[in-house]
Design a protein around this ligand. Structure first.
Ligand code: BG6
Length: 489
């Protein structure tokens, strides 16, 4: 594909430029975009944080981050171009009079101001007010908001209200980086461009669906944030529910943001509530203890740096989700996600139904049902498990389980697969809202998550320990075993 820079140059202002998100993801993704020739030449990146730093020191820090997180050599020509874009501004986001400094730096007439809020949500209101009061914004300006947007429905409404008081709907870009992942977007293609799937995607043919987002990493120095948040809010409220809505939604009328948002909201609306009556049957919480990952010993959650040893925060969640609508009646979705699991693996497994009658008893007493396995990361690809006759002219027909295997790396050799952030930053710079979340979606998701959180609060059950390097607590297996099923892999 030809690089496409047909958008106005931007001043991308990163609030929280020295923080975790900016230094590990944003500065790296922007470099990759520059390398792919996708950044408009006049576009600048303005880092804002509360520490004293010169432009030169900020540039030096960006280089260090690239050396650590780029996983590639740093092309010197690209680095020269990239480092020329970088500026730094020390600003206390709570002090309204300081925004004048930013006013003096940007030029909204020449460049679209794209404000990336990579700070804790309690600062969002301050930033909006500061930008508004210094008169820097115009109708072209945008804001990009990172999750978590709140820690429950009430706080998310508060944040959305504060932001909406300054930015209009078309200027607000709520990011979930999973929606920029190639394989998540491919779900649209897979489901709605292939009749083999459009006609086999409901309770008539599907038995159940599993969605696993397993992480090898632990808390990565974010104990305080994570302990207040937990895996349910950190991963399920956003990433897992987004994947689930893509898998479960009805065909949208077209690919416009509004059509997709509407269909996703209908799925979120149909999620069966989880309350104190069923929470112990349909959810499992876990917390990792010390263990081994790739032969290295790693500490338990309560032994991590800065830990409160009494914490009951979950680092693992498994949930049986029922979607109460016509398409998915009787088809459970099992979600599981956790930190410090055996290895990084994000996948969707669609398990088709058993056939009603078996004429191949010589090979299998029970014919194993077909499976569609969608590998979201790593090793992006799609596999279908089917039964095949083993070749041979002698004797009876013998069947064997086989795989139709489509690896993205093999099939799309000449195409680079970017991460979610590259895609979404580019869309924000271009002003295309399709892959961003609507306020309604986020609020619907919080409503469902809040009910689980409340039910947990009122339950005597606590997170079950699991050693780092395993697949979570044993009760996660029991969740499926109770329904006569088991986790994939
Ligand atoms: C973030 C969470 O949103 O997603 C992190 O806050 C998590 O806790 C990360 O590790 C996982 O993202 P990815 O792209 O590595 O699957």
């Amino acid at each position: 594909m030809e690089p496409n820079k047909t958008y106005k140059p931007c001043d991308l202002v990163i609030y929280g430029a020295l923080g975790d998100l900016s230094t590990r993801k944003l500065l790296i993704s922007l470099f990759r975009l520059d390398k792919a020739d996708l950044l408009e030449i006049q576009t600048r990146i303005i880092g804002i944080d509360q520490h004293d730093k010169t432009d030169k020191q900020f540039i030096k820090l960006a280089k260090k981050c690239l050396e650590e997180f780029l996983n590639d050599s740093i092309d010197e020509t690209v680095w020269q171009r990239y480092s020329n874009r970088l500026r730094y501004l020390k600003l206390d986001l709570t002090q309204m009079d300081q925004y004048q400094k930013l006013h003096d730096l940007v030029d909204p007439e020449a460049r679209v101001m794209v404000n990336y809020f990579a700070v804790a949500p309690f600062l969002f209101k301050n930033i909006c007010e500061g930008l508004d009061q210094c008169g820097i914004l115009n109708d072209e300006s945008r804001m990009v908001m990172e999750k978590p947007i709140g820690h429950d429905l009430a706080s998310s409404i508060e944040i959305n209200d504060a932001v909406s008081a300054v930015f209009k709907d078309h200027q607000i870009f709520r990011i979930d980086h999973y929606l920029g992942k190639e394989t998540v977007l491919n779900l649209l293609a897979l489901r709605f461009a292939n009749s083999i799937f459009t006609t086999n995607w409901d309770h008539n043919t599907i038995d159940h669906i599993q969605i696993t987002v397993a992480e090898e990493v632990g808390i990565e120095g974010r104990w305080e944030y994570f302990d207040k948040t937990g895996q349910l809010r950190d991963m399920v409220q956003n990433h897992l529910l987004q994947i689930l809505t893509f898998v479960a939604m009805e065909p949208p009328v077209n690919l416009e943001a509004e059509s997709i948002h509407n269909e996703k909201i209908k799925v979120l609306d149909a999620l069966r509530p989880i309350t104190k009556c069923n929470v112990e049957q349909v959810t499992v919480r876990g917390q990792y203890t010390k263990g081994f990952l790739r032969a290295d010993e790693v500490p338990g959650y309560l032994e991590e740096e800065g830990a409160n040893t009494q914490s009951k925060t979950e680092t693992f969640v498994a949930i049986r989700v029922d979607i109460d609508n016509w398409r998915w009646a009787g088809v459970p979705f099992y979600l599981r996600t956790g930190k410090r699991l055996n290895h990084k693996r994000t996948e969707i497994v669609v398990n088709f139904k058993h056939l009603p009658h078996n004429i191949f008893k010589d090979s299998f007493n029970d014919l194993p049902p077909n499976k569609l396995i969608i590998h979201l990361q790593p090793n992006e690809g799609v596999e279908i498990e089917i039964l095949n006759k083993v070749p041979g002219i002698d004797g009876d027909i013998k069947l064997q389980k086989t795989k139709l295997d489509l690896s993205f790396l093999e099939t799309f050799k000449e195409h680079k697969i970017f991460g979610g952030y590259e895609k979404l930053i580019l869309e924000a710079l271009r002003g295309n809202p399709t892959l961003f979340l609507s306020r309604e979606e986020i609020e619907h998701a919080w409503r469902w998550i809040d009910s689980i959180q409340d039910a947990w609060k009122n339950s005597s059950d606590i997170p079950k320990p699991y050693p780092a390097g395993t697949w979570g607590p044993i009760s996660s297996d029991s969740l499926l075993a109770r329904d006569g099923r088991e986790w994939e892999g």
